[in-house]
Design a protein around this ligand. Structure first.
Ligand SMILES: *Cc1c(COP(=O)(O)O)cnc(C)c1O
Length: 409
């Protein structure tokens, strides 16, 4: 029995059943390469779902985390921790909006919970939110209320906030849903979990204008799109808008768990003493990792790298015979309906980790340090991966690999 299979058995026996059994155990990594429990190597084109921004075991992250854990690992929020202040200052600088205030937390869902409470404090007489169908905002109850997946919400509602879900990218539907009772509109700059779906040009600007006309706040969920993923620090910066609230997590900690909720303008002062808190939020070790991530992105000019490599890669993948959407190092391959899970499996067999977000889309969200040679190696392998996937489907049926595709973080 392989080591991977042994780990799968142990997982099955003890882990909660909320995830399907993973196909592999990953035990180590370096740069964009990871190794499984049987010693097989893969090119990681998913980065732990857009998390390992600098790849695996990046020396800057290893050094920052090791230094900090050896100095002081936790202070609680009853005391200042230096790394949290430095990180908050840094986030405000890259957001580019003076007067912004930062709440640090542990992950994406807690960033969005903080956003919901910030909105409710800033618009105390309003309780209604507007969010997008097929959006993903997290799994805890406030964030889940916003998440635009009926199947994920239904068993757990009703929620403490009322949310209207509208088709993503449809400005008229948004305008029709927002009124003087709307506390906030919550949007991803591009849908991530739904398969890297960008909105039409101008959508975020229109959303900003609709919010302003109705006194509603605009919350932009940059948890997957932020920290360089699209080649800008924040995806919304390309649209020239200033959100009232921005949430961050995934790529921020370079693999360590951290989230952030940034509030701008008058919304910055909405949360008052006693309104919110987190024991671990802004933990010094996680903040040290995030500072190392931001430093490295700056020093190694990774934003430019993401733009350049992303557009070349997108072209190479298109040439290999698939549709491609997305920008920067955040792309989806658009494939025949039902084929995506088989492509995920065939890619893994060929030594590449990718992710079927649904039946017809395969997500690529590699480390931002992906090299040209690594990117090209996948584009070169893609035609034979597509053939293998098509072959597997004709032999085993569309659902031959029940563990692949459609799982959500
Ligand atoms: C992943 C994700 C979340 C939830 O983050 P968790 O850390 O899994 O709680 C929220 N919003 C978006 C856009 C995400 O991609």
């Amino acid at each position: 029995m392989s080591s991977n299979a042994k780990w799968q058995d142990r997982w099955d026996a003890v882990m909660a059943r909320n995830y399907g059994t993973p196909p592999l155990a990953l035990v180590s990594g370096s740069g964009c390469r990871v190794q499984d429990a049987d010693g097989r190597e893969y090119l990681d084109l998913l980065a732990g779902i857009a998390v390992n921004a600098l790849g695996h075991a990046h020396p800057a992250v290893v050094a920052a985390v090791s230094e900090q854990v050896g100095r002081i690992a936790h202070t609680s929020n009853l005391y200042v921790n230096e790394r949290a202040v430095e990180l908050a200052e840094r986030l405000v600088r890259i957001l580019g909006v003076d007067g912004t205030r930062v709440f640090l937390c542990n992950d994406g869902t807690t960033a969005n919970e903080a956003a919901v409470k910030t909105v409710l404090r800033a618009r105390p007489s309003r309780r209604r939110f507007v969010a997008a169908e097929h959006s993903f905002h997290g799994r805890s109850l406030g964030a889940l209320a916003l998440t635009g997946k009926e199947a994920a919400r239904a068993p757990f509602g009703p929620f403490g906030i009322e949310v209207t879900h509208i088709p993503y990218g449809d400005a008229d539907a948004l305008a029709a849903a927002v009124d003087d009772q709307t506390a906030a509109v919550v949007l991803e700059p591009t849908l991530g979990e739904a398969g890297v779906v960008p909105p039409p040009d101008g959508y975020l600007q229109t959303a900003r204008a609709i919010c302003d006309a109705n006194g509603a706040l605009l919350v932009i969920d940059e948890i997957q799109s932020g920290i360089g993923r699209t080649g800008a620090w924040f995806a919304h910066q390309r649209d020239g808008i200033v959100p009232d609230v921005v949430t961050l997590a995934k790529g921020l900690g370079g693999g360590l768990p951290i989230g952030a909720c940034l509030a701008t303008g008058t919304t910055a002062d909405a949360l008052q003493k006693g309104d919110h808190g987190s024991t671990f939020g802004g933990n010094p070790v996680a903040c040290a990792a995030a500072l190392a991530v931001l430093d490295t992105i700056e020093k190694e000019h990774l934003l430019d790298h993401v733009v350049d490599l992303g557009s070349r890669w997108s072209q190479q993948l298109t040439n290999a015979g698939v549709g491609v959407r997305g920008r920067g190092l955040w792309l989806a391959l658009l494939v025949a309906d039902g084929l995506a899970p088989a492509i995920e499996t065939a890619a893994r067999d060929a030594g590449f980790l990718v992710n079927a977000t649904g039946p017809d889309a395969v997500r690529l969200a590699p480390p931002l340090v992906l090299t040209e040679a690594e990117a090209t190696s996948f584009a070169d392998a893609l035609p034979s991966i597509l053939d293998a996937a098509a072959g597997a489907i004709s032999v085993g049926g569309v659902n031959a690999d029940a563990n692949s595709g459609g799982t959500r973080p």
